[in-house]
Design a protein around this ligand. Sequence first.
Ligand SMILES: *Cc1c(COP(=O)(O)O)cnc(C)c1O
Length: 439
Amino acid sequence: MEISSREFQISNKMLYQESIKLFDRAKKNIPGGVNSPVRAFKSVGGNPLFMKSAKGAYMYDVDGRQYIDFINSWGPMILGHANHEVLEAIKKQADDSTSFGAPTEWEVDMAELICSIIPSVDKVRMVNSGTEACMSAVRLARGFTGKDKIIKFAGCYHGHADCFLIEAGSGALTFGEPNSPGVPKAVANDTLIARYNDLESVNAIMQANSGQVACLIVEPVAGNMGCIPPAEGFLEGLRSLCDQHDILLIFDEVMTGFRLTLGGVQELYNVQADLVTYGKVIGGGLPVGAFGGKAEIMNHLAPDGPVYQAGTLSGNPVAMAAGFTTLTILKNHPEIYTELTKKAEYLAKGIQQILESKSIPHTINQVGSMLSVHFSDRPVTDFDSAKNAAGETFNKFFHHLLENGIYLPPSAYETWFLTDSLVDSDLEKVLEVVKGFKI
Ligand SMILES: *Cc1c(COP(=O)(O)O)cnc(C)c1O
């Protein structure tokens, strides 16, 4: 029997009373009651939970319930919530003021740290979100090459700038509206869509648009249609196709940067991009994004060059304090990444065995501390296979876990993010709860 959103809502009423009251209030003055669409639980049904506090791997909602958190603010809380060192850095900077609109030493420290970690980045510009990072990287690529067209992949999300909202994965997908109203046709026409893990589709587009393409932007491990790893040779193939056609390769590492390894996908798969974008982990829980690359390209940015880009709060000292402290801890503790991967592998294997024993069709994709459970027995390698795997089963799975104190991303198109704070008993609890799952 299919359980409708309405039924979820009724059966969960007792558990989530305070959240339900807050959501009712929120809907009056906030469109859809939320400030970012996926938070509204529209695809899984039910009432979004309002959070009150979090520490380490656990979040507490306004009804006083505890959850093991697998969203981790969509990635940033890789060290766990309310990390002591990160909080101390934030508080110390806040005492010295929260913003100047003038340069600070933090920004120099941050740029030096990023450039020392990422070999392909000689210079980096800080912004306030992943969206801004991707939007600005594409403008720079267009300004640098003098060409207008860009290539992206169906199911990849690069933030909500106009040129990306075409077959954009995740939030956009969840609402069945891959192409948002409000994106001018002229802008959409310059965005060419290839198929993930299909080099032939890329080559065909490059041939057909010879001399007109500024850049190709890709999530080098896709995370916005569930977690989808690049097929063997895919990233190397993109690198060489871009070189052949004189097109800039942009890796959108907003999700994967400083998460899969310190050096992100570039380090993990040993492929270098011309420009890289960051967000999420780089801000340690505060609003930060960044884009960087070779000096030759970055020098085209204002005030050195003609390509304009700016931000009132860019490089904000409190945000830099949080991000710099987070990255420094990660740099000094490389074992965090091995531990995270071990935990993710343990979970993936455990869940797989349980679902297998129940004869529930599934495909689990996992790379480092990113993983996703698709309810389909076919490989999930691109946008079409991800769409095929997203159905009611995921929604039931989501609510079963939620009711038992495990907080997953509320959409089959999202990736679970693990945090260093997870301990063995947390992982055991997840497996115990999955054992109780019935379709
Ligand atoms: C989250 C995300 C973005 C957008 O970042 P925001 O900070 O939400 O604007 C862009 N690209 C990827 C790959 C992301 O996962």
